[in-house]
Ligand binder design. Structure first.
Ligand code: TXA
Ligand code: MG
Length: 538
């Protein structure tokens, strides 16, 4: 069979719809990954999907709709909670498991009485569905291989097997949809994706994640989602996954990898892997970038002869869950745990409440948490005029020496109004603070570290964290707090705010955002919930 690869147009989408209504299988773009679609109500057509993919028949398919009115065609007794999630996240990367309707043939649901339903965001996908019918579509890869995020990937796996692939460009999300089971009391994430447990909980009040998404299934345990039990997403070469803070996983890969082996790492480290075949996932904090690159990078190595692929695992919070989960499975759970402590980097703008947040956690869980205030460390290091940091600064700024030692007043004059000099000073300071913090952490036997760092990302200290959190609040509240705490005028406080990044900066970079817009008790509750959930303290 000849396989056509066509860009979306009125004509090509009509053609796709016609083929689908005739019972053929078509490769379609979605925002998550490419899908291998067939008419969801036609068992013979769906059978062809399983054949083309080489997919085990006990692994059910997701049904894609283009309009909420189609929901009642495919599901029965739609829970209210599902309608709320649909309003919040559809069209988009969320699949909900519900009781299936009589219209859904057994082959789609693999004999289960439930069905996964999703309304994709990609325009071409929606148009094809509305021109045809609800479509059953798994990812368009050969079973077991990395999912396709470009039309060429589908072509590699499916040419000769299907008549048409619609080329809708690179997928904007890049990992498959979040699968959430809506049949129980509390919605349960069975496959993590771009819609996180936190996002679902924000809409419904509660959500949980199946443990099997994190670990391999224990012997004898049955998979809630049949897809959990198969080896998946795997390139030809074996994958080793390094989990933990970026600095720790970088170090472990540097020690373990051999020249010419494959590396998938963060932007911050790509320059250190000159003698390897290295690809970047983007900055270590950028989960969207990780998602967009993870499958295409894994697939890339199939066209090379690398003997092994070493991968830095994204932090598994606030959007990193999807790529971490896919990478673990690509590695067949060959994972190296590289950080010995939980290190939480707490940041946010002045007056946002980060220190109160840290204090709350320390008072609730004394004993097993080491608290480090990065500003305090910096001032302590700097206050020793003969100390290591002062010596380092004098090497670069000899003009700041008086009577044989560093004079801070002089230093301020030297760097004042010179961006380049200030940057150099910051670089020296950040490195010294980082080393001192590492020393404090090593010295301590406490398993959890709370790092209070106003400039977490600017200083690069985020790289030693296993989780990052931004404590933010509205400007008026911050102003009130700053004025009652620090001895400064309103205009000075506002000027300080001007020089700090806005909320979007933290929302983009932090794994977890804590909104501190209530009273002290409100923050106390949020501090407790954060610690219990992410710091494994009880
Ligand atoms: O983003 C996506 O969801 C992509 C695009 C094409 O929409 N599709 C996709 O389908 O990833 P697939 O077949 O590769 O993965 C479907 C997952 C599997 O893990 C399957 O076990 C689970 O959803 N699943 C489907 N129906 C289920 C059900 N009734 N109960 C539990 N899990 C189900
Ligand atoms: Mg798949």
């Amino acid at each position: 069979m000849e396989t056509l690869l066509l860009a979306p147009s009125e004509e090509s989408l009509d053609k796709a719809a016609r083929l689908l209504l005739e019972g053929q299988v078509v490769g379609i773009p979605t925002e998550t990954v490419y899908g291998l679609a067939a008419d969801a109500f036609n068992p013979q057509a769906v059978e062809k999907i399983f054949r083309a993919k080489g997919r085990p028949q006990d692994n059910p398919l997701i049904v894609h709709i283009s309009d909420i009115s189609q929901l009642e065609l495919v599901a029965e007794r739609v829970p209210k909670a599902a309608l709320k999630l649909a309003a919040a996240f559809w069209p988009g990367p969320l699949t909900m498991i519900m009781k299936k309707s009589q219209n859904i043939p057994d082959i789609v649901s693999a004999g289960l009485d439930t069905v996964g339903i999703r309304m994709p965001l990609h325009k071409a996908a929606r148009e094809i569905i509305s021109k045809s019918r609800p479509l059953a579509a798994p990812s368009a890869n050969t079973s077991g291989k990395p999912s396709p995020t470009e039309a060429m990937h589908v072509f590699e796996d499916m040419h000769g097997k299907i008549p048409l692939i619609i080329d809708g460009g690179a997928c904007s999300v890049g990992v498959e949809s979040t699968v959430v089971d809506m049949t129980g009391e509390i919605p349960r994430v069975l496959r993590p994706g771009a819609v996180t447990e936190e996002m679902i909980a924000e809409v419904l009040g509660a959500a949980e994640t199946d443990e099997a998404t994190k670990k391999g299934l224990a012997k004898g345990q049955t998979a809630r989602s049949p897809g959990m039990k198969y080896r998946h997403y795997a390139p030809k070469a074996p994958v080793v996954l390094y989990e933990g803070a970026p600095e720790d996983t970088f170090k472990a890969i540097s020690e373990n990898a051999l020249p010419q082996e494959g590396v998938i790492c963060f932007d911050e480290y790509i320059g250190y892997f000159d003698d390897m075949q290295a690809l970047s996932l983007g900055p270590s904090w950028d989960h969207h970038s990780h998602d967009r690159h993870v499958f295409s990078h894994l697939r890339h190595f199939d066209s090379t002869d690398v003997a092994k692929i070493h991968v830095q695992c994204p932090r598994e919070f606030g959007g990193g869950e999807g790529s971490a989960n896919r990478l673990r499975r690509a590695a067949g759970f060959n994972c190296v745990i590289c950080s010995s402590k939980t290190v939480a980097g707490i940041t946010g703008p002045s007056g946002g409440g980060k220190s109160a947040f840290c204090r709350n956690i320390l008072s609730l869980f004394p004993g097993n948490i080491l608290y480090i205030d990065a500003d305090e460390v910096y001032h302590r290091l700097l206050s020793d005029p003969l100390g290591c940091l002062s010596q380092k600064i004098l090497e670069s700024f000899p003009e700041a020496r008086q009577d044989g030692r560093l004079q801070r007043g002089l230093l301020a004059q030297v760097v004042f109004r010179s961006k380049a000099r200030l940057e150099l000073l910051n670089k020296i300071a950040h490195k010294a603070v980082l080393e001192e913090i590492r020393r404090l952490m090593e010295e301590s036997s406490r398993p959890v570290v709370l790092l209070d760092v106003p400039l977490l990302f600017e200083s690069g200290l985020d790289r030693i964290c296993t989780i990052t959190a931004g404590i933010i609040s509205e400007k008026e509240q911050r102003l009130k707090r700053v004025l009652s705490r620090d001895n400064i005028s309103e205009s000075d406080a506002l000027m300080r705010f001007e020089n700090q990044p806005d909320a979007a900066f933290y929302e983009q970079r932090c794994d977890i955002i804590v909104k501190n817009d209530g009273d002290e008790d409100g923050l106390l509750g949020k501090s407790k919930a954060f610690a219990e959930k992410y710091l494994t303290v009880k």
